[in-house]
Design a protein around this ligand. Structure first.
Ligand SMILES: [Zn+2]
Length: 406
């Protein structure tokens, strides 16, 4: 098996963290000056590794291996959330590059090829997975035309300022690849809290989203008796409380649910709300669990309608499907993890979305997690120990070799 060079990988990660350094993390929004500089630097590192690397018309980077035969594709993203961590994204890019280097340097594996990909805007500053969707052929020019960030800057302007507009967009050649691999920090505490070192992802969860609406009667907060008032806000909170109490009895082991927004109308301190609305989200890797929870939502809404004094309704806004990771690739990562961290790895779903969910539409795909200290991410204190970073890089490279040799 190839030996990765831990110091080289750590040094690359630390250099990337200087682009937009913020406290112990980074502030590197998509196509900011710092993000552009980070991409240019990373292309240079890819070329030094012998990859034929280029940035395309949507700021994706593809570095092609000169090796013959079917290759692995590996990568992640380089931009960050605002004032966020140094590893979310870059870890997967550097692991991919280190795997490509180590595999090429070892005479026993140098015939195996690893292409390295960096997908633009996974963090969604301009849109939803624009880079990976572009790469797999699921992004129209019109969506790029319309894409703007939170400051109102069009993506087209930002690409032009970087000097990349008008370039042809990289497009996946499925015949070139046997597999896609993405490494990432876990962004949760399942690994840390169980003392494990490697997570092998089984599926990237589906997200189902709902809007609850409640109609009551707007009235005076002082003169309307408790007996006759129809408080839409209170009815909504009761429903959410009932859901939260009931779901643990019927959910899956890793189901999560979130009320991301509650709005009361008119939302004044001396007025009983006549209308209330909430945005609610479910995540699970098993559609059967989501079906069951959705049925329960309808039951609870009906019950509230028959017993309460307000009119409640629920509307499904969206329902994605889980992205299943390839079984053989999971086994290839299991074997690599067992070789370097015996008994210290587990299979787990990903509760967060990743570029791999789009690549999985075109290629057998796999994801690997390393521990996040305190389970923290999307914050500048996000971190992983150097030992865990080095171990993960080796397991990742071995996993790719296992898959390419299969
Ligand atoms: Zn990420």
């Amino acid at each position: 098996m190839p030996d990765i060079k831990p110091e080289r990988a750590l040094s690359d990660l630390r250099t990337l963290a200087t682009f937009g350094a913020y406290k112990t993390g980074v502030h590197r929004p998509t196509l900011s000056e710092q993000d552009i500089a980070a991409r240019e630097w990373f292309v240079g590192r890819m070329r030094e590794a012998g990859l034929d690397a280029a940035i395309d018309g949507i700021a994706n980077i593809l570095g092609k291996s000169p090796a013959a035969g079917r290759k692995a594709l590996a990568g992640s993203h380089l931009e960050s959330q605002n004032h966020a961590g140094w590893l979310d994204g870059p870890l997967g890019c550097v692991y991919a590059l280190e795997a490509a280097r180590a595999i090429a340097e070892d005479a026993a594996t140098s015939h195996l090829g690893v292409d390295v990909a960096v997908f633009c805007d996974e963090e969604g500053h301009f849109g939803s997975f624009l880079g990976s969707r572009s790469f797999v052929g699921l992004l129209e020019e019109s969506e790029i035309d319309a894409a703007c960030n939170a400051t109102g800057r069009p993506m087209r302007d930002a690409l032009k300022a970087a000097g990349w507009s008008g370039r042809r967009r990289h497009a996946i050649d499925p015949a070139r690849y046997a597999a896609f691999f993405e490494a990432h920090i876990e962004q949760g505490d399942n690994l840390e809290s169980t003392g494990l070192k490697i997570g092998v992802v089984t599926a990237i969860v589906a997200i189902w989203q709902y809007r609850f609406t409640v109609e009551g009667e707007q009235n005076h907060a002082g003169t309307t008796s408790m007996k006759r008032r129809r408080d839409a806000g209170l009815e909504l909170i009761r429903l959410l409380g009932t859901i939260d109490a009931r779901f643990p009895e019927i959910c899956g082991p890793r189901t999560v649910w979130t009320t991301g927004r509650i709005a009361l109308d008119p939302g004044e301190k001396s007025i009983i709300p006549g209308k209330a609305e909430a945005l609610f989200q479910l995540r699970d890797a098993d559609p059967a669990v989501l079906d069951r929870l959705e049925a329960e939502i309808h039951t609870l809404v009906q019950r509230a309608n028959s017993t309460g004094r307000c009119k409640l309704a629920v509307e499904r806004l969206s329902a994605s499907t889980p992205a299943l990771m390839d079984q053989n690739l999971q086994a290839a990562l299991d074997r690599a993890a067992e070789a370097h961290a015996p008994g210290k790895h587990m299979r787990m779903p990903s509760g967060a979305g990743h570029d791999a969910q789009w690549l999985a539409r075109k290629l057998p795909a796999a994801m690997m997690f390393v521990p996040s200290i305190g389970g923290i991410s999307h914050h500048w204190t996000e971190n992983t120990s150097d030992e865990d970073i080095a171990l993960g890089a080796q397991v990742f490279a071995d996993g790719i070799v296992n898959a390419l040799r299969a």
